[in-house]
Design a protein around this ligand. Structure first.
Ligand SMILES: N[C@@H](CCC(=O)N[C@@H](CS)C(=O)NCC(=O)O)C(=O)O
Length: 242
């Protein structure tokens, strides 16, 4: 039975699942979807993931949503190397600590930059007021400071000498504002050195392939038809502009 993965690599959690599967030689049927075109709202996708978010997988009859749950499922099913999700009690707790924290911190603040700088101006034809952008930059910097001071410290990776799911989930989120043109690594030599280590550990080719869409976002958004983003307007207004 084939393992299907519904992914749009513009999305951070989709990139982590994609990289994790590829890096661990997990065979899957890549269902490339477009969130901008609203595939998540289709009847077909509703049967895969009623949460209407990506990523999602279908393994035989079993459908699963949520990137972290998906990667843990894959790790257990395919017995991936221990370092991704260490059996050691305290190392595993460190991974869990990061995975629990990031949703409401780096993830929110990093993706806001992409919406404010690229996607909202395109979808709604309005520029975000400078004060709002400045506040978002401040929030992102506060999260990055916490990432460096609490989670990374002077270690090569979050739990120590080896890469784990925590580093993978962190890097895909931290690359999102980079796609919006913000150099988050400027004046952050430790963060930059960590990113280079994570990229090397994943494999430069795989890392760059997975991030190609987001790093090309400034260009691709220029030619994007705003009508294709029509379904996002109410969400944008509710979550970002009210
Ligand atoms: N907690 C979820 C987040 C999934 C999520 O928010 N995905 C976004 C893309 S990054 C999405 O599908 N957005 C489409 C929409 O909201 O319509 C996970 O880690 O999988």
């Amino acid at each position: 039975m084939s393992l299907e993965m519904y992914l749009d690599l513009f999305s951070q959690p989709c990139r982590s699942v994609y990289i994790f599967a590829k890096k661990n030689d997990i065979q899957f049927d890549y269902k490339k979807i477009s969130l901008f075109e609203g595939y998540q709202y289709s009847e077909e996708y509703g049967k895969i993931n009623l949460l209407r978010k990506a990523p999602a997988i279908k393994d035989g009859d079993f459908c699963l949503a949520e990137s972290v749950a998906i990667m843990l499922y894959l790790a257990e099913k395919f017995h991936t190397p221990d370092h991704w999700y260490p059996a050691d009690l305290q190392k595993r707790a460190r991974v869990n600590e990061y995975l629990s924290w990031q949703h409401s911190a780096i993830r929110i603040h990093g993706s806001k930059m992409l919406w404010f700088k690229l996607l909202i101006p395109k979808a709604l034809g309005v520029e975000i007021p400078k004060e709002k952008i400045d506040n978002a930059v401040e929030d992102l910097n506060a999260s990055l400071n916490l990432f460096e001071e609490k989670f990374l410290q002077d270690r090569p990776f979050i739990v120590g000498d080896q890469i784990s799911l925590a580093d993978l989930v962190a890097i895909v989120e931290i690359m999102q504002p980079v796609g919006a043109g913000m150099d988050v690594f400027e004046n952050r030599p430790n963060l930059k050195a960590w990113k280079d280590r994570v990229r090397a550990e994943i494999g430069v080719e795989l890392f760059d392939e997975a991030h190609q869409a987001i790093l090309y976002a400034q260009e691709s958004v220029k030619t994007m038809d705003p009508k294709r983003m029509e379904h996002f307007k109410p969400i944008i207004v509710r979550y970002f502009l009210s």
